[in-house]
Design a protein around this ligand. Sequence first.
Ligand SMILES: [Zn+2]
Length: 454
Amino acid sequence: MSVHIRFLGGAGTVTGSKYLVEHDGQSLLVDCGLFQGYKQLRLRNRDPLPVLPNHIGAVLLTHAHLDHSGYLPLLAKEGFHGKVWATPATRDLAQILLPDSGHIQEEDAAFANRKGFSKHSPALPLYTESDALQSLKLFRTVPMHQPFEPLKGWTAQFSGAGHILGAASLLLEVGGKRILFSGDLGRPDDALMLAPDAPPAADVVVCESTYGDRDHPDEDVLAELAPALQRVAARGGSAVVPVFAVGRAQALLHAIAELKASGQLPHSLPVYLDSPMAIHSTELFARHLGEHRLNAAQCHAMALVAKMTRTADESKAIARQHGPKVILAASGMATGGRVLHHLVQHLGDHRNMVLLTGYQAPGTRGATLANGGTQLRIHGQDLPVRAEVVQLQSASAHADAGQLMAWLRALPQPPRRVFVTHGDMEASDRLRHRIEAELRWQALVPEHGSTWAV
Ligand SMILES: [Zn+2]
């Protein structure tokens, strides 16, 4: 009986990761992500899956980022009632991220209805906060390196992927085949996260390629961050930093704490962490000691360096503080969240700075800023971009092309095939080419929706 993989997302794009594995009348989903970025991509979230949700036996999550987990509340709402397997830290993060995602869906729909700029009337949220809370009941946690049985006769095991707290690669054994999903791989030299584990032997590998066409510069985050923040403070401006609430927010806080401790930034420079989600995930670092590089004292210092603003009123009050400041707010690609009102307030003044801190998917406001856009559309209004835009090259949570190749080279034996996923076309195809040219393995970039026998 053969094993098939259907690429229902994360193929030809970095978002919407969803890999359906089928064997002998049973199936499970590896990751259950939302499409983000371009509208054509986001509309895919509204398309029905090619398989009924109540026919899917289980979901296995490599990590909690919404492009890997954010479709789960909808899947559950539409009838999925199997177990959702994840590491404990991934479950803890999903408890923060999924309800917030539902809340944002509701707010966006309400906003569109109020302003009347939705083509659908009324605009309906993809799912609600309460749908998200329901889906959390399906979670079962399993530690790294411990084999488990997601379906009868199927074996699975998570191993460390670096990237963010709880992030894992996943080895799935079914029908005599070993399929390895890389998940999102972190950098071996990350300041916060541990290096990814060496991959186990597999027949087939599904490998991410976010930075498949690029290598990160050698510069470290402190060396890049210090002059940017010194510059903006010296001219009396403020820095708005769109951050991924989980991962980069903590990397930035840790870096700012180090810069203040070493005197490269004045202790008096106010720093705000304006994201309840990022505040919660910062707290999780102390709860998951040993799963990252920080000790208890460093977790404490990271949490103390910023003023944590939880309520909407506290968030709005930041604008009334005169003088230089640094505002970290989600979301990381400025697709939503509190960072939007900080951008509205700060974009028009050349003394200010927008500091981009990670991958910016095409079609997002972050990508528009990174590409030198002179206008930015927020809440139906076009705003001129006069603030300086800086993109930190060193603050990525993803392995670069050389590091992805090194991870693949560490496989104990050549796999029969590598599926290159989770990248823009250019990035995926470049990595595919390198795998074929340098390793002489068969590699291909699967089309969205395509099915392959393993
Ligand atoms: Zn991720």
